[in-house]
Design a protein around this ligand. Structure first.
Ligand code: ZN
Length: 271
């Protein structure tokens, strides 16, 4: 029995990149204390959480064909509607490159905390599916996800692996049922955030007595307002992000190491 426990912990530590003789930093110990004291901890994650998976923040300059193109000018609802050839010439390769990516130790750590009952859920700005890929169950994807695409005419839904079959000779995804335009179920520039997801995120933020903000500069609204909701309801903030955020002065603590290392260490510190 004891042996089994040791073995399963060994496997977990391997996934999280934790060495056997690991000693957590004082900051990680404090964060572990906050998690232990909380009864409803929630994680809010941004692009930084997926950087260790090889997904650059979209603000990082791209190389190659799109080096000088601002994503805001292509991944825009107006381009999707008026120039779908241009839209898909940008988005189709992006779809493919995101589809190959795997969760990292930061995603694994948050899934592990949820399994242990220490984390209520994850609110994410990321569209890459990696929180679910790591096993997180309660995930609110406020910018949607590349997991599915939908026909704008008949609402037929296609899994990411099926979309590849839908491209016509111009490289535009067309519904196989009705020939309508198929759009990724992600929020494009110029689009409103999905109301149901935003409502779920706001409710979770209001209930949280601890919000751990990870890999986000917390400046893109309306997601940037969520930590404020937690504070207004008497909850506490912890920030695991490089660089300044507008909430730094309101947080109980801030960790500025690599997100995968810090969260892996958090799980280890929690024992
Ligand atoms: Zn259709």
């Amino acid at each position: 029995m004891e042996r089994q426990v040791t073995d399963s912990r060994g496997r977990r530590d391997e996934i999280l990149g934790i060495a056997e003789d690991f000693v957590p930093s004082a900051g990680v110990e404090r964060l572990a204390g906050l998690v232990r004291e909380s009864s409803c901890a929630v994680a809010l994650t941004g692009a930084g959480v997926s950087v260790p998976s090889g997904i650059p923040d979209f603000r990082t300059p791209e190389t190659g064909l799109w080096a000088n193109i601002d994503p805001m000018e292509v991944a825009h609802i107006d381009v999707f509607e008026q120039n779908p050839v241009r839209f898909w010439s940008y988005y189709r390769p992006r779809f493919h490159s995101l589809g190959d990516k795997r969760p990292n130790a930061a995603h694994e750590a948050l899934a592990e905390l949820e399994r242990r009952g220490l984390l209520e859920g994850v609110i994410t700005q990321n569209i890459d599916r990696l929180h679910r890929g790591a096993g997180s169950q309660n995930v609110v994807e406020v910018h949607g996800s590349i997991a599915t695409s939908s026909c704008r005419s008949c609402a037929a839904s296609y899994a990411i692996d099926e979309v590849n079959e839908l491209f016509d000779g111009d490289g535009v995804a067309i519904c196989s049922a009705c020939d309508g335009p198929v759009k990724p179920d992600v929020v494009l520039f110029g689009e409103m955030l999905p109301e149901a997801a935003m409502k779920a995120a706001q409710e979770l933020a209001a209930r949280a007595d601890l919000m751990i903000c990870i890999g986000s500069s917390l400046i893109v609204h309306p997601v940037a307002g969520l930590p404020g909701i937690t504070l207004d309801n008497g909850g506490r903030l912890a920030i695991v992000t490089k660089g300044p955020t507008p909430y730094d002065d309101h947080a109980e603590l801030k960790l500025e190491g690599e997100v995968d290392a810090e969260l892996g260490a958090l799980v280890a510190a929690l024992g």
